[in-house]
Design a protein around this ligand. Structure first.
Ligand SMILES: Cc1ncc(COP(=O)(O)O)c(C=O)c1O
Length: 425
């Protein structure tokens, strides 16, 4: 290690420790920028120092589950302690709304805090959408074969309960645009809803959101997206996509505490989607004697009952963290690592890339398989080298998915490629 690097490394550790004592996000941002100056590599090293990930492992699975940076852990700890010291029902409205305000700012220019509800996770949001829409027996829903179990099971559940009809298409990895044609081919007068991932959990493919939305609008069909893998992973403006309903787990790419997420409803669609579970928070007013009930006039109607406030205030700090670094900067960093990995895979004998062929539909998650080695064996091999990835079985993909996020660096791309070269012999 060079002397300069040693001092830099030491400064980073001491700096991180100082920050752990007083983690004000705005100060953290200024500290990161001031300390790193224009040294990009050093900047990302300082960012990595904000995580307690096991240093023995190379963690390439933020698409599976994120890790919270120190400011989030600290905030969660402090809010939990204050809650346990003086338990108090309800939540701090100002703080709660500030989380939605920050989330709306990340999601785009026209997104408003009123368009968002803070919920448990994408699975919860998917169920709110699938079950809350006024679908009846024989109504058709279009989805892909590459959806997460959360969406497939929610649709199958409604099919079994109420006889909706599910139509599926196989995503095309050669041409992103072909997916729109495949969806269009399934539309008929009984079609009511198109519900697909924004970014698939199988191959990290980004679906052409605006084109699907335009198709849906032209046919008078609702359009919902499962965004569990999208915000922060890919840049987009939710209003510009034209989606009607959207949900996300914020404990992955957004690095919020576990069991946090949101649901978005385009404002014109609010009264189309009925919450099936309601409670304190969902109502504007009610009176059991008069048998009156008015839902909350915003997407807050999907929030109900006692909340674990500390989780969501921690999420607020996670949003501060990503906006401090800059969502564009994160995308460029992560996508560059993913692209280097994608190019490297092409040089490995027997490696078959299953992620999209067109870069515009590729994200920061790349999936592959080895032609003659079962994907479970590839996973075992990588685990022996202490590299954590995710095996993908959804849609019969049977492959390995590798996610690149802000904790990762070029050396780790080299490490996984070297490990695969060793496996390929
Ligand atoms: C595309 C997609 N949708 C939904 C989910 C479910 O997320 P959760 O278990 O956080 O609800 C996942 C989780 O990996 C996912 O990748």
């Amino acid at each position: 290690m060079k002397r300069k690097d040693f001092f830099k490394g030491t400064a980073a550790i001491l700096g991180s420790l100082a920050i752990t004592r007083d983690l004000k996000p705005a100060e953290l941002g200024r500290w990161l920028l001031r300390t790193a100056g224009d040294d990009e590599e050093y900047f990302w090293k300082l960012v990595r120092d904000q995580f307690i990930l096991d240093p023995d492992w190379t963690y390439l699975n933020f698409g599976g589950l994120g890790s919270c940076p120190l400011p989030v852990l600290k905030s969660y700890d402090e809010w939990s302690r204050s809650e346990e010291r003086a338990p108090s029902a309800g939540h701090d409205e100002k703080e709660w709304m500030s989380v939605k305000e920050k989330m709306a700012a990340v999601l785009g220019k026209t997104c408003r805090k009123e368009d968002l509800g803070l919920i448990d996770c994408a699975s919860a949001g998917i169920n709110m959408i699938v079950n809350g829409l006024p679908l009846k027996k024989g109504d058709e829903v279009i989805t892909s074969t590459h959806e997460h179990v959360a969406l497939h099971t929610a649709l199958l559940n409604r099919m079994q309960r109420e006889g909706i009809v599910i139509r599926v298409f196989e995503p095309d990895k050669a041409s992103g645009r072909t997916n729109v044609d495949r969806i269009a081919a399934l539309i008929n007068p009984r079609t009511r809803l198109i519900f697909v991932s924004h970014v698939t959990c199988t191959t990290g493919q980004r679906f052409p959101d605006k084109d699907i939305a335009a198709l849906a609008r032209s046919k008078g069909v609702w359009f919902a997206m499962d965004g569990a893998q999208a915000p922060i992973c890919v840049p987009f403006d939710i209003g510009e996509t034209g989606v009607d309903f959207y949900t996300c787990s914020t404990h992955k790419w957004l690095m919020g505490p576990k069991r946090t997420g949101f649901i978005y409803v385009r404002k014109e669609m609010l009264d189309v989607l009925r919450p099936l579970t309601v409670g304190a928070g969902s109502n504007k007013s009610y009176d059991i004697r008069k048998l009156e009930f008015t839902l909350h006039p915003t997407v807050q109607r999907f929030e109900f009952g006692t909340q674990n406030d500390a989780l969501f205030y921690g999420l607020g700090k996670a949003i501060d963290f990503v906006t401090t670094i800059g969502t564009d900067r994160i995308w460029k960093h992560n996508h560059a690592l993913a692209e280097r990995f994608y190019a490297g895979l092409k040089e490995i004998p027997g490696a078959e890339i299953v992620s999209p062929e067109e870069e515009v539909y590729r994200t920061s998650m790349i999936s592959f398989k080895m032609k003659t080695i079962d994907y479970t064996k590839v996973n075992e091999h990588l685990a022996k080298d202490k590299i954590k990835v995710r095996t993908v079985t959804e849609g019969g993909a049977n492959c390995i998915r590798v996610s690149f996020h802000i904790c990762n660096h070029d050396g780790e791309v080299t490490k996984i490629l070297d490990s695969l070269k060793k496996l390929a012999g």
